[in-house]
Design a protein around this ligand. Structure first.
Ligand code: ADP
Ligand code: ZN
Ligand code: ZN
Length: 814
């Protein structure tokens, strides 16, 4: 009887592959274990076993696997089921989900190594490029594909290598490197034969003439007696034994060395971390618990500063006590430090963090801990990818700031929404989901109103702190009266001065979107553009460079116009840098800082700024969206929103909802303790409905109005959207292909199809872009429509002249 496995490969191919195994392997393997398998001519991939069976493939002869990489499954059956849901719902391949779900350290790297073919000496028959590779191989015995790419200074080197292979000039050698190495600690113990007391006397006797070694053995005993746990080499050397002495004792077979894996990330519980909930908090806490009796998913609508985190902690405690695992999802990695601090102070070492900035080793460690339901990972904190950890028995998922758009992955596939995928995952585990927000998303609130989700509200700030006072400044009027200095109205400048005079701090908020600074020639109006993308270059003052936001292109800031050679060049735009400059003039004695991508690079960039602000080393903090996301400062007296209008006028159906959320969240940073804070909003449209709703704290009003608009214009939650993006270097081909696809869809899908539209940025990295939007009404079968769309995409791919068009599909693209 032949034996086979179905294997998922980390590729964007739609199917799984069949490989042959022997009977012993058949009995050893289980779904969720990794196998190294050959693929194509020379590739080796790390595949994941999906199924075991005995049906030979019909169309090809199954290859044999190279080796089994795991002793036990590292991916659970529940995960495999969840991956299949993700692939199906978000219209991507299982391989893409696999690749993004698993830490890259688990995916063996197959790096092609190129060496000279022994006996080949004749360089004469090689082309110029081939000769360059040949020459390099004379200097260096082996090259990797990436190195060849660097030598030839191009990406598409496989054809060159292919020709060289055909000419027998080179050979390829596949190497599989296991990347993950757990960090270990070296320990020492006495060989067993010396453990009995009489032998010990003999041993010391034996060492009587080796004074140092004798001392080391005694030191070992002291340490062991004192700490009653394994003695590390480090401890022993710290106590006074030298490395050389230890080494000779090992050589004499008196000591034995061994290694234990160390966990890299350790946390300590603090004794003073306890707290009790206020009456209102307690009410909400009880409300959530009883809501969970009825609804697996509950929306917790708690105003900013109401103490949601404390309530989460109390809930989590209950789930851990009953032996369950808890997942705590955050919108942004930058926020973890504050939260990790708060949770670990309470739960100590039971908290694990899953962090994209951690190393592969660290991520694999957390993966293993979660898989083994270890005590060290009872609560996992992470951004959206933590959702893919191998939970065994999940009891609760907390999704903090559930309205945040960063929960949606845009690129690459799977383009999933972590909140929605979490709800599905929780269902598989029979777990509860708590969605927390001061400004719930319209979808979640709709799910409450339609009876799908439970709802608990907490309308009072903790410690009865008053909500901030909101003041509007009419910028149009201020300009007319000449009361603006740069971007600051006199009203805002005065408020800043007063706040600082009272010893309190200021936050200034500037929406980044659509407001990158640029340079412009004052003589001819020329604005430098990216040669590969359809955008103007962004001006970075601190590097004195112009950079493209979409590709790596950058140049030094020009001293003259490349168009007319005039030297009269001016910088434009409204970036945080300019605001910082203006503040230096307005408040020269004050310390202002900006928190944006430039100033926060590196693993601890955000933390440093946040700490400095907390420690009151910074008077004024200027920031972008980052500031809206749940950071807690207790000395902020004033929050200024410099330009509310650029949030309102974004080409996005959610612009108003987002503007509301952003403003309310930023406002929430003001006046956290004791004193009432102030929020000042500068706007050209003080009568705009959204501005009004922010001022009146009228979530309900905003919700109803937006819902009405969504209904009228066929947007979510009334219509589901699927966005199809097509890219090609050839403008005409792309245009024709997109039109072909649009026609097929419009004629056959029976739902509104829009496009093919040229997006605002219609060329990136030399590729032209077209987009088609499909809107699927609520009543229509979603799965069926997606299947039809997939069939049409397959047909497009089958037309030779369109095959090279790159297609991406984004389900719920918002
Ligand atoms: P939210 O997340 O709802 O905006 P937080 O959970 O950050 O609010 O709470 C706001 C502040 O109040 C924090 O500084 C927090 O430590 C404090 N706080 C909230 N609840 C309690 C409590 N029960 N006991 C002591 N401090 C609390
Ligand atoms: Zn570019
Ligand atoms: Zn010019």
């Amino acid at each position: 009887m032949p034996y086979f496995i179905q294997v998922i490969l980390p590729l964007s191919v739609p199917k799984t592959f069949t490989y042959a195994i022997n009977e012993a392997e058949y009995h050893f393997l289980n779904p969720g274990m990794r196998v190294a398998v050959p693929f194509g001519k020379n590739k080796i991939y790390t595949g994941l076993v999906l199924q075991l069976h005995q049906n030979p493939p019909q169309l090809y002869e199954a290859k044999e696997i190279h080796q089994i990489l795991d002793d036990y499954p590292i991916v659970t059956e529940t995960q495999l089921k969840h991956w299949q849901w993700v692939a199906g719902y978000y219209m991507c391949t299982l391989g893409e989900v696999y690749k993004s779900a698993i830490p890259t350290g688990y995916l063996l790297e197959s790096e092609t190594i190129i060496t000279m073919r022994p006996g080949f000496t004749d360089g004469m028959e090689l082309s110029d490029e081939e000769f360059m590779v040949f020459e390099a191989l004379q200097q260096q015995s082996a090259l990797k594909v990436g190195e060849v790419s660097a030598i030839l200074n191009k990406k598409t080197i496989l054809p060159v290598l292919g020709k060289m292979l055909a000419k027998s000039a080179i050979q390829l050698q596949e190497e599989v490197n296991e990347k993950y190495k757990p960090k270990t600690v070296r320990y020492i113990r006495l060989q067993e034969e010396f453990l009995k007391e009489e032998q010990l006397g003999e041993l010391l006797q034996l060492l009587s003439r080796a004074e140092k070694q004798r001392e080391a053995v005694l030191l070992y005993f002291q340490l062991f007696a004192k700490e009653k746990k394994p003695v590390s080499v480090k401890k022993l050397t710290e106590a006074g034994a030298t490395a050389a002495v230890i080494k000779s004792l090992i050589e004499k077979d008196i000591f034995e060395e061994y290694h234990l894996e160390e966990d890299r990330v350790r946390f300590h519980k603090k004794d003073d971390a306890d707290f009790s909930l206020s009456d209102k908090q307690n009410e909400a806490f009880e409300g959530i618990k009883s809501s969970f009796d009825q609804f697996p998913v509950t929306l917790f609508h708690g105003v900013t500063s109401s103490g949601k985190t404390e309530i989460y902690i109390r809930l989590i405690e209950g789930y851990i006590a009953s032996g369950k695992q808890v997942l705590y999802l955050l919108p942004e990695i930058a926020l973890t430090t504050q939260l990790v601090g708060r949770l670990t102070a309470y739960f100590g070492n039971q908290v694990a963090v899953f962090h994209s900035k951690y190393t592969n080793n660290e991520r694999i460690e957390t993966w293993q801990q979660v898989l083994q339901a270890s005590e060290k990972a009872k609560v996992v904190i992470g951004a959206r990818s933590a959702l893919f950890l191998p939970f065994q028995d999940l009891g609760l998922i907390v999704i903090d700031e559930e309205h945040e758009q960063t929960f949606k992955q845009q690129d690459p596939a799977p383009r999933y929404h972590a909140r929605d995928a979490a709800v599905v995952l929780a269902n598989y585990h029979g777990a509860k989901v708590l969605l927390g927000s001061a400004t719930p998303s319209i979808e979640s609130y709709t799910n409450v109103n339609s009876g799908k989700y439970g709802y608990v509200a907490l309308k009072e700030r903790f410690g009865k702190v008053l909500p901030p006072e909101i003041v509007l400044v009419d910028v149009k009027d201020k300009y007319k009266r000449k009361q603006m200095t740069g971007h600051f109205s006199d009203t805002l400048t005065e408020a800043i001065a007063e706040t600082l005079a009272n010893g309190r701090q200021v936050i200034l908020f500037q929406n980044r979107r659509g407001f990158s600074p640029w340079v412009e020639c004052m003589s001819c109006g020329h604005v430098p553009q990216c040669p590969q993308c359809d955008v103007s270059l962004t001006y970075y003052k601190y590097k004195n460079q112009l950079r493209c936001h979409y590709c790596a292109y950058h140049i030094a800031n020009p001293t003259h116009c490349h168009h007319c050679h005039s030297t009269d060049i001016s910088t434009k735009g409204f970036g945080t840098e300019q605001i910082e400059q203006e503040l230096k003039v307005l408040f020269p004695a004050k310390n202002s800082w900006r928190m944006d991508q430039d100033t926060t690079r590196g693993k601890h960039g955000y933390e440093k700024i946040i700490d400095a602000f907390k420690n009151r080393e910074i008077d004024i903090l200027i920031g972008t969206q980052m500031l809206a996301k749940g950071l807690h400062f207790d000395n902020v007296g004033l929050v200024g929103i410099l330009n509310a209008d650029n949030m309102l006028y974004q080409p996005d159906f959610r612009a108003f909802e987002r503007a509301y959320q952003l403003m309310v969240q930023v406002a929430g940073r003001a006046g956290r303790k004791e004193v009432r804070g102030m929020v000042m909003i500068q706007t050209y449209n003080p009568h705009h409905n959204i501005i009004r709703q922010v001022t009146d704290n009228d979530y309900e009003g905003m919700y109803r109005e937006q819902l009405y608009e969504r209904h009228n214009f066929k947007y979510p939650p009334y219509h589901r959207m699927v966005r199809i993006v097509l890219k090609h270097k050839d403008y005409e081909k792309l245009k024709d292909g997109a039109m072909w696809l649009y026609n097929v869809m419009a004629q056959n899908l029976n739902v509104p199809v829009l496009g093919p539209e040229e997006p605002a940025i219609s060329r990136i990295r030399n590729e032209y872009i077209r987009a088609i939007m499909v809107k699927i009404p609520l009543g229509q079968a979603l799965g069926k429509t997606k299947q039809s769309i997939q069939k049409m995409l397959d047909s497009l791919d089958a037309i030779p002249q369109y095959r090279a068009i790159k297609v991406t599909v984004n389900v719920d693209p918002y």
